[in-house]
Design a protein around this ligand. Structure first.
Ligand SMILES: Cc1cc2nc3c(=O)[nH]c(=O)nc-3n(C[C@H](O)[C@H](O)[C@H](O)COP(=O)(O)OP(=O)(O)OC[C@H]3O[C@@H](n4cnc5c(N)ncnc54)[C@H](O)[C@@H]3O)c2cc1C
Length: 462
């Protein structure tokens, strides 16, 4: 694809030859993420080895009014990294140095391209823990996690990415560099700008460095698998667990999700015919404490109707139980073309959400599979196309999604708990946010990126 000569000359002056490309194959590789089968071609892919090059790249793009779509690991599920208006894909994946692990202040300073799991493993070596753990942690990056405010199974006890952000370096749309926060625990000088960029999906600035809070690594963990003969009792089980106990993870899978995951792994389901499964983890610093929590949880789950409860204490056994949950996403996606929604409600309302989704699906004659971070009230609703033809699928889908989101909002929830609005959900944002909220978002966007070069086409409808 022809790239504007002024842009090419400019990039050539900033980067070495292997840091940017217009090769068709590369453009295609960076034209999609993990969102459905969507693909858009950028004009150029830029992959600097050093974040120090980002200000000059942005200054150039700003001068030429060229769209810039930042990208980390490309694992996003709302199309945030798709270059929907062409221009530059700015991939930060090579800026992947862990600059410091400061055990005294319990912080890590990292570049944005660090793979989440790599950071977790590095801090574990010194007895520390970086809890935000999206299921994609082996391939997503800290930059992408920050931009999406990623969560994961352990958010139920430890919180999401924003709970670990202490400071950021951000390159603004005009190439200027903004520093906010740092290793200090307390700071109320001015607005909390770091938090403004968390969850901004690459539309307000490019994150080039982050200072992240760490906590002590729990020394003991145990995992429990509880099967239920009805979805309703599984949902009741989730609520029962939290009376006086905070598990470190509490995931729910409905029967179709369990069967798909078991098939995917080539294993039998834990309890044939069970309609729901809870995968729960507790952690702590002593074996006694963890065992006590497990006994309490087991009793609560049995009282809520669990027909089978099994516990894993050793690392190997725990990993085996977790494997089922870990395989669910891929397994469900392998069934059919799908659309994944990411509904988040107050925990006490998950029963109404899941049963409501089932009722909407029954009326519309479509198949849904629900699973996810039930302890957070965050359920992934997968709407499966199955054998519907293209026209029926495209015609029927928006109304079904709208109904599911309207229910979510009515229950006090959000249309996305962790995947972001990105490209695919922007038309639904006004279902949740009113005119004042939308105007405020737009005012912030216009103030920081008046020429709308940063990840254009994202978040805002239209
Ligand atoms: C199998 C699977 C499981 C998943 N499980 C979870 C889960 O449990 N929890 C969860 O929250 N998500 C999950 N996700 C979604 C996805 O992994 C997360 O949204 C993740 O945070 C994206 O990180 P990334 O590095 O891949 O970012 P990308 O997909 O590359 O980009 C995501 C967004 O971040 C922006 N961005 C990237 N880097 C920067 C930067 N340096 N500065 C500014 N903006 C930037 C992009 O423009 C885009 O808008 C899952 C995805 C898959 C495929």
């Amino acid at each position: 694809m022809a790239v504007d000569q002024v842009l090419a000359d400019g990039l050539g002056g900033i980067l070495s030859g292997d840091e940017w490309t217009v090769e068709r194959e590369e453009l295609e590789a960076y034209g999609h993420d993990e969102t459905e089968d969507l693909s858009f071609l950028p004009e150029v892919v830029v992959r600097p080895k050093d974040p120090g090059a980002v200000p000059a790249i942005l200054e150039l793009a700003h001068r030429l009014k060229v769209p810039v779509t930042p990208r980390g690991g490309g694992t996003g599920l709302s199309g945030g990294a798709l270059p929907v208006r062409g221009g530059i894909v700015l991939s930060l994946d090579r800026c992947d140095r862990i600059l410091e692990i400061d055990t005294g202040n319990m912080v890590a300073v990292v570049e944005p391209g660090v793979i989440t799991q790599v950071l977790q493993e590095e801090v574990e070596r010194v007895g520390l823990y970086y809890p935000p753990d999206p299921a994609s942690r082996g391939s997503c990056t800290i930059g992408g996690n920050l931009a999406e405010n990623a969560g994961g199974p352990h958010a139920v006890k430890y919180g999401v990415t924003s709970d670990y952000v202490m400071g950021l370096e951000v390159v603004l749309a005009n190439g200027k560099v903004l520093h906010c926060g740092g290793a200090r625990r307390k700071d109320v000088a001015g607005y909390d700008l770091a938090k403004l960029f968390v969850g901004s999906e690459g539309t307000l600035g490019i994150i080039t460095r982050a200072t992240l809070r760490l906590v002590p690594q729990p020394e003991e963990r145990a995992v429990l698998l509880a099967s239920f003969s009805s979805l309703r009792s599984g949902l009741d089980g989730v609520l029962a667990v939290f009376k006086g106990l905070t598990p470190s993870a509490c995931e729910l899978l409905e029967r179709d999700a369990v069967e798909a995951a078991a098939r995917h792994l080539g294993r039998p389901v834990p309890v044939p015919g069970a309609e729901a499964l809870i995968v729960m983890e507790v952690d702590g610093f002593t074996r006694d404490d963890v065992e006590r929590q497990m006994v309490t949880a087991g009793e609560r789950l049995e009282a809520a109707g669990a027909v089978d409860v099994r516990v894993a204490m050793t690392r190997k056994e725990r990993e085996e139980l977790w494997a089922l949950r870990a395989a669910t996403g891929e397994a469900v996606k392998a069934i059919s073309t799908y659309k994944e929604e990411d509904c988040s409600v107050p925990r006490s309302r998950i029963g109404e959400l899941v049963m409501g989704v089932k009722e909407i699906a029954r009326r519309a004659g479509i198949r849904t599979i629900c699973y996810g971070h039930a302890g957070d009230g965050n359920i992934h609703v997968n709407i499966l196309r199955m054998d519907a033809d293209e026209a029926t699928w495209r015609d029927r889908l928006p109304a079904v999604i709208e109904e599911i989101f309207s229910l979510t909002v009515k229950l006090g929830g959000s249309i996305t708990g962790e995947h972001g609005i990105g490209w695919t959900q922007r038309r639904y944002l006004p279902l949740q946010l009113g005119p004042v909220e939308m105007e405020t978002l737009k005012a912030i966007k216009d103030a920081l990126d008046p020429d709308a070069i940063l990840n254009p086409g994202k978040i805002f409808p239209g």
